[in-house]
Design a binder for this molecule. Structure first.
Ligand SMILES: Cc1ncc(COP(=O)(O)O)c(C=O)c1O
Length: 749
């Protein structure tokens, strides 16, 4: 057994068993940190290129900060704001000084960053009513699309990310959106009820997205002209990260208020604050707001020391100089996988092409001793401590360049995402299935998926009613960009859920290759290749054959078989494996021949249920029929002939059927992928969400609009390589934990 597994396995498994699964950490168990370095439980050293999302800008265990922490903890740590303390005022005075707002300013301390965003929202609204004279209850705040300001219900309510919002509503009203960086859009979004514009100067979580030069200055002028507060969230970008104390200083502006957090705690404690011009915060009288731990003596002492260390060690200047070097080196990378490099100071985002999974790169970097993080499936972020030495920075960048070279598509026809650590670890101890922890149950759900990147995706012909090449020709760039983002997010979602993804290279001139579900169906490592009805897709056939042959050579599959002569067959799109019933549902009448079901039965030795498709909009079975892992079937009955609809009812059982709404069907939401209890879909109506939740499923919505315009969505973009009849034979016995868990959830629902 790998020696590292010994010590890492325990904490990872235990965490999976006791911690809510709202994070998907890399398989590294950290034990100690010093400066820019971290050590895992086995003593392996890693360079920290993440700094806990900028919270550790001072480096780990900075001696001055640790000393301040210990001394103050021994004196007095928490008093509450019911009394004064010797520590609070010096801290806030220093903070107000470095924020350098126009005129007198005040600060209101809290702990987590989002708490201070909430303070900002309250203060802005109060200013709107009491100073600007907005009618009661009408105040609005303008926010940018792609924003990230934290996780409270109000704050996720104005996020544009579905993952952050799904099933957490109802949300607070009073927010309007504009496109980040678009000053005209911002001007249009402001009206007489607008009390504030709340923006990040660089959008961190969105992928280190920088606005066009001059945007902040123009936003400042606009806010002044329209009597609106400009509030800048510098929780991640502030305190030297971008090579200035605050990122707004790069444009020489002064906002009305700034929100500070993360590095303010010196990498030791959560400390945040809302700093604003006096006329804003002076309206927050006693009783209006508070926080038990906000501004406590321990936090105040450490935060003051953190600000002084930034000054004394010239961390802002370091960030500027080393940041220029970081960006220079990243921009010099000559990898076909790098699409763009963005950033400022010691804060950079490298956007990769969709041909590679950012998560897989990040996992490989961790194996080679560099810790960083992916965001949105395509961006890798770099935010080392501002104290990092140049040699260490260079070493980390050398490792990054070497890892990109490993994944270079010119060296391999396809690549795999990292084998999810969960399944890797669980596989090492599959001797004890009975004592299954949640991690093992998840491992059993782990899937091996095949995808093909949309590098050459476009709608250039019309072979189904969804396709409209004329639409595509007017907005090709936007649609292609949307496709790329959606696809990357889909891949990242699968990986986050523990699936392994093998990506095949796209081919120019074969835009539909992206719909891998049509390439073949795979069961028990036997591949039944597709034969396309439409001329336009026939070019994919030799390519698919080569790809599956390569998979066979690599030992992923055993046999690659052609469909019988004269028959058409469009792969897993028309052959859906139902593990609960041990059968394959086949679709015919549009693209695949009815008779193909007999070939499937003889190849795999399993029964089939052929279903006739009668609506040309639902031209593959997967567009209107989805089998869930607990045996339920999400379907759209009117896509089927009456006899076939009856067959579905008979075989699936009425109690297992979930009828998709028109809304779902027409957005191709039924075309979804179920991995254990997780259902990945491009659209879910409230009714469908509720039905799935009632049966114990979690819905993950990944919008795939560009692909919808081709008649495809999540299922079409994905081919399962790991379907097994043995899993069906094992049935309820070996999956009993899983089943029990489902049962409990159903009962609870
Ligand atoms: C710009 C921005 N605002 C707010 C927050 C939320 O801070 P916290 O996680 O401390 O609540 C973050 C965290 O990443 C952030 O980057």
């Amino acid at each position: 057994m790998d020696a590292r597994v010994g010590k890492m396995q325990g904490p990872i498994e235990l965490e999976a068993a006791v911690a809510a699964p709202n994070y998907a950490p890399l398989p590294v168990v950290l034990e100690r940190g010093e400066g820019s370095w971290l050590w895992d439980a086995d003593g392996k050293r890693y360079l920290d290129f993440m700094s806990a999302y900028s919270a550790v800008s001072h480096g780990h265990a900075h001696p001055r900060l640790v000393r301040a922490l210990v001394e103050q903890a021994q004196r007095v740590a928490v008093t509450s704001r019911a009394y004064h303390s010797t520590e609070l005022a010096p801290f806030l005075a220093k903070l107000v000084e470095v924020a350098d707002l126009d005129g007198e300013a005040r600060a209101l301390p809290a702990s987590g960053g989002c708490e201070s965003v909430e303070t900002a929202i309250k203060a802005a609204r109060r200013w709107g009513y009491r100073a600007k004279g907005i009618d009661p209850g009408r105040a609005e705040i303008v926010v940018a699309r792609g924003n990230f300001h934290g996780r409270s219900t109000t704050v996720v309510g104005f996020s544009s990310e579905d993952d952050y919002r799904a099933d957490f509503g109802p949300f607070a009203p009073g927010f309007r959106h504009f496109d980040f960086g678009d000053i005209t859009g911002l001007a249009e979004a402001i009206d007489e009820n607008t009390c504030a514009v709340l923006i990040e100067p660089i959008q961190g979580e969105a992928g280190i997205v920088t606005p066009p030069p001059g945007f902040l200055r123009a936003a400042r002028e606009l806010c002044t002209e329209r009597n609106v507060l400009l509030i800048v969230d510098e929780i991640q970008s502030g305190l030297g990260r971008t090579g200035a104390w605050f990122a707004y200083m790069h444009e020489g502006i002064r906002p009305d208020a700034v929100i500070v957090g993360k590095a303010l705690g010196g990498g030791l404690l959560p400390v945040s604050a809302f700093v604003a011009r006096a006329p804003v915060l002076d309206l927050m009288g006693p009783g209006s707001h508070g926080s038990t731990f906000g501004g406590n003596p321990l936090a105040a002492r450490v935060a003051l020391e953190a600000l002084r260390v930034i000054e004394d060690e010239k961390l802002v200047e370091r960030s500027q100089a080393l940041g220029a070097h970081l960006l220079d080196r990243l921009r010099q990378l000559r990898s076909p996988l790098v699409r763009a490099v963005r950033g400022r100071g010691l804060w950079a985002g490298v956007e990769l092409t969709p041909d590679v999974s950012a998560r897989a790169i990040v996992e490989r970097l961790a194996q080679r001793g560099v810790l960083t993080k992916d965001t949105h499936g395509t961006v890798i972020r770099f935010a080392p401590p501002l104290t990092i030495r140049r040699e260490a920075l260079d070493w980390g960048l050398d490792v990054f360049a070497a890892v990109l070279a490993e994944f270079d598509p010119r060296r391999a026809p396809f690549h795999d995402s990292g084998i999810p650590h969960i399944s890797a670890l669980a596989a090492r101890r599959n001797d004890d299935v009975k004592a299954a922890t949640r991690i093992e149950r998840r491992a059993r759900q782990s899937a091996h998926l095949m995808m093909s990147s949309p590098r050459h995706f476009e709608v250039s012909y019309a072979i189904n009613p969804w396709m409209d090449p004329s639409q595509w020709s007017v907005s090709a760039d936007r649609l292609a960009d949307d496709a790329r983002r959606g696809w990357a997010k889909l891949m990242a979602t699968y990986e986050r859920l523990g699936a392994r993804v093998t990506a095949q290279d796209p081919v120019q001139g074969l835009p539909d290759l992206v719909f891998t579900a049509n390439a073949a169906v795979v069961l028990d490592r036997k591949v039944l290749l597709a034969r396309f009805l439409c001329e336009e897709r026939r070019g994919e056939e030799p390519h698919n054959r080569r790809f599956f042959e390569a998979l066979r050579e690599r030992g992923f599959v055993d046999e690659v078989v052609d469909p019988p002569p004269g028959l058409f067959f469009e792969g897993a799109g028309d052959a859906i494996w139902d593990v609960s019933r041990g059968l394959i549902w086949t679709g015919y009448g549009q693209r695949s021949s009815r008779e193909v079901h007999a070939a499937i039965e003889s190849l795999y030795g399993v029964p089939t249920v052929p279903l006739e498709l009668v609506d040309p909009r639902f031209y593959h079975l997967d567009t209107c029929f989805c089998v869930l892992s607990g045996g339920e079937v999400l379907w759209y009955p009117s896509a089927f002939s009456a006899e076939s609809a009856d067959a579905v009812r008979r075989v699936a059982g009425a109690g297992n059927l979930i009828e998709a709404t028109d809304e779902d069907a027409l957005h191709l939401g039924v075309n979804s992928v179920c991995l254990g209890r997780d259902v990945v879909m491009c659209h879910a109506s409230d009714a469908t969400r509720a039905s799935l939740a009632a049966r114990g499923y979690r819905v993950h919505v990944v919008p795939l609009d560009s692909f919808n315009r081709s008649g495809g969505a999540a299922y079409c973009l994905t081919l399962r390589l790991d379907n097994e009849t043995r899993a069906a034979d094992r049935g309820s016995d070996s999956d009993s934990d899983h089943e029990r868990e489902f049962e409990q959830l159903r009962r609870a629902a």
